[in-house]
Unconditional design. Sequence first.
Length: 290
Amino acid sequence: MPRQDGKVVIVTGGSRGIGYEVARHMATLGAHVIIGGREEQEGLAAVRKICEQYKEAKVEFQKLDLASLQSVRDFAQSFKDRDLPLNILVNNAGVMLVAEGRTAEGFEQHLGVNYLGHFLLTWLLLDKLKDSGKRGSVSRVINVSSSAHRIGEIRLNDLNSCEWYSPHAAYCQSKLAQLLFSAHLHQEMQRGGFPVSSCAVDPGMVDTALYCHLWTPLRLAQSLIARLLFRTPAEGAATVLSAALLPAPEGDSGGGYWADGHREWTTPLTFDPQLQLSLWEVSLQLLGVQ
């Protein structure tokens, strides 16, 4: 991976799992890494661990709760007040298969944390990303999604899962929403001539704490299977790092969907321009932004 000296990277959920490995590797390449996370003690412990391993690492923690839009706004404003560039934004944090519940603003948790929180964060930092990119070295937005998007369904009239609730359906919907958002954002940046690319990444099945909300018997089975078949967090981070750091070929604008270290095709629904636009507009309305 190329050196990232002088570049600034934000990694949400960078205190553990895939996010931690992404943050750690970025720091070893010379980037200034800001970990955004909900648990302060966990985040500070991650910073200490990285700094113990790499004495020259420039890494810090800043509180960010994606289940609170006010927290997202506070995080973005605090970052902008520092007048730093923003070269890479890794939207990694997420929840999976949680019981029915609501964020601070009343959104279903998968929708609010995995999708809307990251949508707003990206929106608020978009000017920073535009200003920091340049020809040949564009700023990048990396949305960590999942192969579960393939069976996701976008219910524009019931995004908030008010009529009925299924943890699995809600998770899959949030991951499909990430892909649709990522694709539309990339197209908007290309049409506007801005030096920003956006892509979605599937890290594969990774042995992380994301499975902690499984039904207990399933969780026990998963923990046994994971040791044999799942990827480690470091292996899962590899595709995220490839999408974030590898130079794009000449004439390639970037973007797309990444899995197993390279770009792949995915479901036709992901490329539906009308669905992309409709979800974008509904999301702006839900977030109350112009």
